[in-house]
Design a protein around this ligand. Structure first.
Ligand code: FPP
Length: 247
């Protein structure tokens, strides 16, 4: 299938689910599913850059994932570090800007240090923004933004009546990313699991049964084709949308 060019979403976010089940079906330890999942991360990032997405956001570790068995958390952290070290050249060579959302101060130093270093080294890149959601929760992010806005009201920088969807969006850690157009979740689950709760307001949702380790560029292109077939109305009527498009 050809990679689609018309009406490409600017910002795609992915809930990468099903690593554990992929491994279990093969009688392998869960970490093998995560390892293969990291290969999907590489392939999807490369394909997204090649077709010209502006932003790709990946749910790599949620605030709630800290409660997984200690050994799985340890292995996931090691995998993240390996990824950051191994992909450094690929990210820089391809003009990709790496950012993160989430409580990265909770990450162990051996992950946070290469993460901070690569974020700084790639800060000037303009090709595509790859955001890793790490120790991330959508509710937590909304609470943080709320606290930031309250502080700005308390210091007199803004007034209460200045709190609106625009200023709230600017207080979120996703500020600066293009609006979220498409959320993909793999593995057959149909829920958001605390991911980008504010940003998802007008995003299209795509659910696939494919497990994340099997989700490669062909599946991404399929999701993009589905997206292109949708009519996004943002609360307006079909007629209004057609009129705006014809102008
Ligand atoms: C969900 O599958 C996946 C995760 C909690 C971790 C995602 C991590 C990766 C894809 C690999 C490392 C990431 C990067 C950026 C290199 P699950 O374990 O919940 O699967 P299950 O529902 O089948 O048990």
């Amino acid at each position: 299938m050809q990679s689609p060019e018309k009406d490409l979403p600017r910002h795609v976010a992915i809930i990468m689910d099903g690593n554990g089940r992929w491994a279990k079906r093969r009688g392998l330890p869960r970490i093998e599913g995560h390892r293969r999942g990291a290969d999907s991360v590489r392939d999807i990032t490369r394909a997204s850059r090649e077709i010209g997405l502006q932003a790709l956001t990946l749910y790599a570790f949620s605030s709630q994932n800290w409660d997984r068995p200690v050994e799985e958390v340890r292995l996931l952290m090691a995998l993240l570090r390996d990824y950051l070290v191994d992909e450094r050249a690929e990210i820089l060579d391809n003009n990709i800007r790496l950012t993160s959302i989430g409580e990265v101060s909770r990450l162990p130093d051996f992950v946070r240090e290469p993460l901070d270093e690569l974020k700084a080294a790639s800060a000037g890149n303009t090709g595509m923004t790859l955001t890793l959601a790490l120790s991330y929760g959508g509710r937590e992010a909304i609470i943080d933004a709320t606290k930031r806005l309250i502080e700005r009201v308390q210091t007199g920088e803004i007034r209460i009546q200045d709190v609106n969807a625009l200023s709230f969006g600017e207080a979120l850690s996703t500020n600066g990313l293009p609006p979220l157009d498409l959320v993909i979740r793999t593995s057959g689950e149909q829920r958001l699991s605390n991911f980008l709760l504010w940003e998802v307001a007008y995003a299209e949702l795509h659910f696939t049964d494919t497990l994340w380790p099997d989700f490669r560029r062909a599946e991404l292109f399929e999701a993009l084709a589905t997206y292109q077939g949708r009519e996004r109305r943002f609360g307006l009527t079909s007629e209004q949308i057609r009129l705006i498009a014809s102008k």
